[in-house]
Design a protein around this ligand. Structure first.
Ligand code: C2E
Ligand code: CA
Ligand code: CA
Ligand code: CA
Length: 278
């Protein structure tokens, strides 16, 4: 028992070492990931709760490195944000998503909305607006068919900067949504200050809403609040029919989750959408 304290301290040191080491590994491989074309985008359908039709997709970044294998975004996005690598990576995502939307439009799917996740680092970048504008022009995108998803905590940390940038994005005609709503360090007053179109109810609330009255209350209140403010609601992480039905009954406009489809590559998505329609 006496040595356990020392053992614990020792274990602790080792694990810190491992964390630092893993981080350095990630960072090192992340630096060359763009030039080695190791990134791809997958697209997860968003469903109109009333009609059951697919109304758009969320673009989700994937990284495959030959040495590390498939690395989930929850592991590499924070490293990319800390090192500044999220800037070129985020630019690639923006360009790739605009190019893909354009290809879908040419194939007759111009009614699909492309939602793109935006990091706080990108939002704080004064060059973001020009970048967005230039891709819209280059790929002849319909601004109203593009949507940017921003997490609440990101908004809070940049609130002074964010209002101006978000306003300018709005003026381009691009839609804005707050991601993971309910999990940030939010003041509800921000909902009034930011020119947003949609709230995405965080999947942690959706997951337990049928079993946990507290989660149900949060979902219900979020939908009511969003509607009072004239916003559309998106339920994320819908994994079963019960959740889909409950969210629909509460008036949630859009649904997204494994119950409908996992994130798909562009070919599989077009195929999936075709099957859904018939
Ligand atoms: P997010 O924006 O909240 O994206 C939703 C995440 O939930 C995705 O994880 C998606 O695959 C997963 N998901 C979707 N439906 C279900 C479901 O029914 N059940 C469960 N359990 N999960 C579901 P993913 O792709 O691993 O992405 C994780 C996070 O990484 C994203 O969370 C987003 O914050 C970030 N991310 C992904 N792509 C990008 C990107 O291009 N740029 C930036 N800045 N962040 C990104
Ligand atoms: Ca998102
Ligand atoms: Ca989310
Ligand atoms: Ca819970």
């Amino acid at each position: 028992a006496k040595s356990s304290g020392r053992d614990a301290a020792c274990l602790f040191d080792v694990s810190i070492d491992q964390v630092v080491h893993e981080r350095q590994m990630l960072e090192q491989h992340l630096k060359s990931a763009l030039e080695h074309q190791e990134f791809t985008l997958l697209y997860q359908p968003k469903i109109d709760a009333q009609t059951g039709q697919m109304v758009g997709v969320e673009a989700l970044l994937r990284w495959y490195n030959p040495e590390l294998g498939q690395v989930p975004p929850s592991r590499f996005i924070p490293v990319a944000e800390e090192t500044g690598l999220i800037k070129p990576i985020g630019t690639w995502v923006l360009q790739q998503a605009c190019a893909q939307w354009s290809a879908w439009r040419d194939a007759g799917y111009g009614h699909w909305v492309m939602a793109i996740n935006l990091s706080a680092v990108q939002l704080a970048d004064p060059g973001l607006l020009d970048l967005l504008r230039s891709y819209i022009v280059q790929y002849r995108c319909e601004p109203s068919q593009l949507e940017l998803e921003i997490t609440e905590s990101h908004l809070m940390h940049n609130s002074h900067l964010a209002v101006g940038t978000l306003q300018a994005i709005k003026e381009l005609g691009v839609m804005l949504s707050i991601d993971d709503f309910g999990t940030g360090y939010s003041s509800l007053a921000y909902l009034k200050r930011f020119p947003i179109d949609k709230l995405k109810i965080d999947q942690s609330f959706v997951r337990d809403m049928l079993d946990d009255p507290a989660d149900m209350a949060i979902v219900r209140a979020t939908i009511a609040l969003g509607h009072e403010l004239g916003l559309r609601l998106v339920g994320e992480g819908v994994e079963n029919q019960g959740q889909a039905q409950q969210l629909t009954a509460l008036g949630c406009e859009e649904l997204q989750g494994y119950f409908f489809a996992r994130p798909l590559d562009s070919n599989s998505l077009v195929q999936w959408a075709g099957v859904q329609r018939h």
